[in-house]
Structure formats: C-alpha cells, structure tokens
Design a protein around this ligand. Sequence first.
Ligand SMILES: Cc1ncc(COP(=O)(O)O)c(C=O)c1O
Length: 498
Amino acid sequence: MESLTISEWLQIELKQKRFPERMPAHRRVYEAIRSAIASQYLTPGARLPSTRSLAEDLGVSRNTLLAAFEQLHHEGYVVSRIGSGTRVATTLPDGFFEVEHRADNLGTQDIGRVSGLSQRGSAAAGRPDGPSYEVQPFTPGEDDYSAFPTQLWRRLLNRQWRDPNPAHLDYGHAGGHLPLRRAITNYLRMSRAVNLTVEQVLITSGTQQSIDLCARLLTDHGDRVWVENPCYWGARRVLEVNGLDLYPVAVDDEGMAPSNADFRQVPRMIYTTPSHQYPKGVVMGYGRRRLLLDYAASKEAWIMEDDYDSEFRFEGRPLSSLQGMDQNNRVLYLGTFSKAMYPGIKLGYLVVPPGLAEHFKRGLYELQRPGQIVIQAALAEFIEEGHFSTHIRRLRQIYADRRRLLQQALAPVTRYGARLPPAGSGLHLVVELPSHCDDVRVASLAAEQGLRVYPLSCYGVGEKREKGLIVGYAYAATERIAPYGRILAEVIQTVLSQ
Ligand SMILES: Cc1ncc(COP(=O)(O)O)c(C=O)c1O
C-alpha cells in the first residue's frame, strides 16, 4: 500500500467503498479523500495532485473534482494557496478522528449514576455516546463560516494587540468590557426593544454560561424549572446538571403553551425561546407572552428568554422581546454571538433586572472568572464601526436564499404525510413527520447519504416526543442546497411510503 500514489489509493477506495446508489459523484470523491486523511494516508500538510490530473486519473469531470475540493476546503480539511496548490490542513476539524455516523447521539436520554462520577458529573458527562462533532451539509447549529470577514476581523484584533492596555489582559470584574456592553445596549434597544441600561448588561462566554449563571444564582437544587417540550438540549443539560426538576410544557403554534394543570406546577424559573422556538421554529404570540409574564410576576418566578437567533428574521416585522414587555423585572434576557459571528468566539450577553446586576457581576467573577477582554474590545469596534450590521445584512440575504431553496426542494414530502411549517426566521427548519415514523432511522438513512439532520424526538423531554427532522441550511453552499435537499426529500419519501 505504501508505494501507491494518492490517485491509485483513491481509485481503489472509490471502487471498494460501498457508497449509496444516489450519492453524487463529487460527494464520493470528497468521501474518498476524507478517508485518505482519516487513515493518515494523506498526512497534515501533504500536497494533493492538481484537480486536472486527479480528475483524469479518477475518471471524473474536473467540475466534479472542483466541487469535492470546495467542500473539503469549506469544512477545513484542506487549504489552498496560489502557487502551492491544495494541501491537507495542518489543523483538522475538531473531533475528525472520532467521527461516527450516528444520528441519535444527542445524548438526551435519561441516565442514572455512572460509576466513579458524581450525580452531577453523570448528568454532564456520563453518556456513553457524546455528540458527533462532524459537520455535514444540513448539520443544525452551524453557520456559514466562509462568509465571515476574516481580514477585517484580523485587523481589528491586531489593532488591540499593537499596544495592549494592561487592564485588558486581566479577568475584568465589571461584567465585561464597557464599550462592548454599551454597543450591545444600543443594539438591543434599537433592534429588540429591550428595556435596559448598560449597568444591566454582562458579557458571558455564551448562552450556555448565561443559563448556568442564572441557574446557580437564582435556583436551588431540586427547584422546578419549566422547559419547552421539545427543548434545546444545551439548555436542558445545564439545568439538569444544576440538579433542577425539569417540567416539560408543550409547544403549540404560538410557542410554549402551559395548560391549567401546568399552571398548578409552579416553577421557580421558566426557560423559553419566544422569538423562534428551538427547535420547532414557532414564534410566541402577543397574548401568550402577556400570559407568561403575568403568571411569572404573580408567582415570583424568573423567566430566561433565550433570544439566540433573532438577527435572522426574513419575513414580517420582528416581534419585540419578552423582556421589553416585562414591567415586573422578572425576565433575564440571553443573547449570543455564536450565530452572527462564529461559535468559537465564545461571547454572549445576559441582561438582568436592575436589582440583580451587581450580584450577577460578582457571581460571574467568583464562579466563572470572565476575561477575553481583548476580543471583547475588538468586537465593540466591529459593532460600533457598522461592520456587524453589514455582516448580518449579508448573512440574512444568504440564509434567506438557502431557506427558500431548501423549502422548494423538500416540498414534495408533504404529499407523503410530512408537514413543512412555515419558517420565517433562523438557520434551520423542521420537517414534521407522522407520529408512527421513526425519525432516528430517517436521520440515519440521511447520514448514509452524507447529510446530517437531527431527529426531533431526541429533543423531547419526558414521554411525549414529536417526530420530525431538524435541517440546518446555513452551512452548505447555496448552489448545493437544492441537490442535497432533493436527496433528503427522497430519503423521507422512501421511508414514508414503506
Ligand atoms: C436555542 C439555542 N440557544 C443558544 C445557542 C447558542 O449557545 P452558545 O452561545 O452557548 O453558543 C444555540 C445554539 O445552537 C441554541 O440553539
């Protein structure tokens, strides 16, 4: 094997690998090259043959090869530089060598205590199957990283490092860098009608940390927390690890829909995603918002409003935040830069009622040690100089096009009993499947075609689990959405017509 050229190795791989019949040629070539990297036949830094000669050797068109290279490039497996061709990246995407095509591994199933771990540790890290970190077309929660203005961002970071203020190298104990807190205050006032002063804003390392801080500072072990059913698993995990009693509340076409029986199960805290319910995508109506706010005020319960992707509303007027309607200081408003910038920036914000601001700053410092002030300073300039709005406008257009193309490609599945609820915002859509359908199996079949979608049932809390697929459209290139969407539609149709 050692003496084979890479072309020969790939030819054998393409012949031996049992690719699904409908898998497009560029996808097969992509998979073969990825295997060469995974098996270390191609080592980091290794140079790939030119697209022209490789296309000839493999007997495929140059366009097919270019599409495969583009995908590898987009996902970080290879890098191209003018004059030195295409090489295997020296840093491969995280989790690459642990890839498994499992679709049911969100790890939301309840587990008991794991030997050696504490109860809390078991809830956090005891699951046998951690999530697979491999990103494929349609992986929910991924952004279009290629659209990020890297050079501009590098310039802003360099500006901070040229003559760093010593205070920026410390943890910082004021709840974050003041100019960033100011920039966020202005942004939230203007675009989300959040009612706030800069003193109420804390910079955190994202929603996960914001939820953890709220749980630790506002609840005690065993307290009841209402969560939406289905629910964002990231939030669910943090709440469980904090020893809270999760009480699932159904979601209807107007968002979280507590029944009279639910109202009797008084919570200490409510976690909700009113602007775009995760994962179902519905928007909470005005009446429901009022009801929730009045109920929380009457029971002195806290509401955590997770407004994770409201920047990406494509249709209709944006609804203002729940926080902006609250007259009783019961709402904690959570935002993130994971979607509008990139997840690894690890920056988000938490707006707390005025009476809690100082306690939260102290709690953040004592429990989690903040920091990253240099990046916060660069981000403040990114927002203040108008780049943030420009970037969001650009992404919004890209994602709106991708969503439209995906909806068109998936439309035929509605003839087989699936439902495609209208989705006017966000980075994913949901295909609702009939209750008898095994959505985990559909997701596994899609994975065999190189597409990664999540089964809706894995987001269910308790007994009641709806069936469906969560399909992210932000990551795959626009011209690939329709062909991939058609493959997914065929997978769904095949299962539904059995
Ligand atoms: C509902 C919801 N909230 C928040 C986030 C982002 O969280 P973080 O800021 O921790 O990256 C996500 C990411 O997918 C999400 O789906």
